[in-house]
Design a protein around this ligand. Structure first.
Ligand code: CMC
Length: 428
């Protein structure tokens, strides 16, 4: 990294700040010594201008609409690669050789079953529990089942926990779904692909044969790959922050899942589909566009806008293609939901409010449409995002542990009462 200097002038004193130059993206001011030297904090709620770590995993250029995993553009990976190969790339930094990919696939496949006692654990949840609620609990509980991969200081145990989570998250999500619809759990089948196996665990029933449709399998694989990592987003930052205290990997990923659930983040795919259903018919779209523009309404068009992408979301471009393929296959042409989605997209892309604020359909706008067409209930959309993002969370967690960093501990701008004396109960 080349070094430049910036100077902060505060109360007549000068403080030199190192400017760090990344491989790509804006330069970064190093303020680590600022408090020690200048006795001031910086204020940046929402981390809009703060780099919380160094990372060599994923890069986003929001203006160009570019997303790179370890340097490789997402469009190329979506066309040429698979989710498991992308997992290898994210975890280990390079594309695997054929032998490495076969070995990795084998290791993941051999870990897809969950501890049998976990079945009982699932049965403790209410049937109508949201699958994300179940997943937060069950993934957190993995630390109670897999004691031999909890030592974060042992690289072998870190590796085993990583493989376990990549392998078992689809099984856990599918079990959460099966439990919620009152059907028996379907055990994983090792002859199937990662995506195909997940579809089968969700949709097969013991009474009937289940054939994985290759187009749906490919679409599911793409959904997983496109969501695999996204640099320091809210859930990834949550995983890193939880991990910075030395918490075990299962606990950290459970924290990430909890954060992902929110409608401003991974929960947007469910919220978006529910919004499309609420709009219902094309003639009601203007009413919702007006609501989205009205600051007092508190309403936002779900599936639109992104903190980082200010031009277009490259994942959405690939996802839109997939949506067309899946809908064609399933013969969904005159679905009212799709008509509402298409018209909403058209209006929002030509409306001055959305253009000026650079609000484009994001990945969740299209992923929800595909998942709905595949037969998933909206409550499963965010769990599928969680399965996909697991590799990103783990890769970032492993990178953080390897760096041996400090515990994450933000400062604050205190605006509460100044020091005051306790008042006795009788005198209040
Ligand atoms: N509908 C209407 N107005 C919006 C929307 C929207 N979806 N998103 C942002 N705006 C407006 C917002 O009111 C603000 O206006 P003003 O400048 O007049 O105050 C301006 O655009 C900037 O918004 P912001 O909230 O400051 O932007 P942000 O970077 O903090 O938020 C976001 C990004 C994704 C949380 C937000 O765009 C949003 O809530 N979108 C809907 C939820 C959604 O689809 N989230 C999924 C993101 S992609 C999946 C993932 O990576 O998690």
């Amino acid at each position: 990294m080349t070094e430049r200097k910036a100077t902060l002038n505060l109360d007549g004193k000068e403080f030199n700040l190192t400017v760090m130059s990344p491989v790509a993206g804006p330069d970064v001011l190093d303020i680590r010594k600022l408090y020690d030297e200048a006795d001031v904090f910086t204020f940046d709620p929402g981390f809009t201008s703060t780099a919380s770590c160094k990372s060599s995993i994923t890069f986003i250029d929001g203006d160009k609409g570019e997303l790179l995993y370890r340097g490789y553009p997402i469009e190329q990976l979506a066309k040429e690669s698979s989710h498991l190969e992308t997992c290898y790339l994210l975890l280990y930094g390079e594309l695997p050789t054929a032998a490495q990919l076969a070995d990795f696939t084998n290791r993941v496949t051999k870990h897809t079953m969950v501890h049998e006692q976990m079945h009982n654990f699932f049965r403790g949840f209410r049937r109508d529990a949201h699958p994300m609620a179940t997943m937060v609990g069950v993934v957190g509980a993995m630390s109670a089942f897999y004691h031999d991969s909890l030592d974060i200081n042992d690289p072998w145990q870190r590796e085993v926990s990583a493989i376990r989570m990549i392998a078992k998250l689809p099984t856990i999500a599918a079990m959460a779904y099966k439990y919620s619809v009152g059907q028996p759990f379907v055990y994983p089948k090792n002859s199937l692909s990662y995506a195909g196996n997940f579809l089968r665990m969700c949709f097969a029933v013991p009474a009937e044969e289940y054939e994985v449709n290759p187009i749906l399998e490919k679409a599911m694989d793409r959904i997983m790959m496109l969501h695999a990592d996204h640099e320091q987003n809210a859930s990834t930052s949550t995983v890193r922050l939880a991990g910075s205290s030395g918490a075990n990997p299962f606990a950290c990923i459970a924290a990430g899942i909890a954060c992902l659930w929110g409608p401003a983040h991974g929960g947007a795919n469910q919220a978006c589909l529910e919004m499309l259903k609420e709009i219902g018919t094309v003639d009601r779209i203007p009413e919702y566009i007006a609501k989205a523009k009205d600051k007092n309404s508190g309403f936002r068009l779900m599936g639109f806008g992104h903190r980082v992408y200010k031009n277009f979301d490259p994942r959405a471009t690939v996802m839109k293609e997939s949506a067309d393929e899946v809908l064609e296959l399933l013969g969904v042409h005159d679905n009212p939901l799709l008509q509402v989605a298409k018209e909403l997209e058209r209006i929002a892309l030509s409306d001055e409010y959305f253009i000026s604020k650079k609000l484009y359909p994001n990945v969740d706008f299209y992923s929800g449409i595909i998942l709905e067409a595949m037969g998933f209930p909206t409550s499963m959309f965010t769990p599928i995002f969680a399965i996909s993002r697991t590799v990103g969370w783990i890769s970032q967690w492993k990178e953080m542990i390897a760096e041996n960093g400090k515990i994450g501990r933000p400062r604050q701008l205190y605006v509460g009462p100044a020091r005051r004396d306790y008042i006795d109960l009788n005198h209040r």
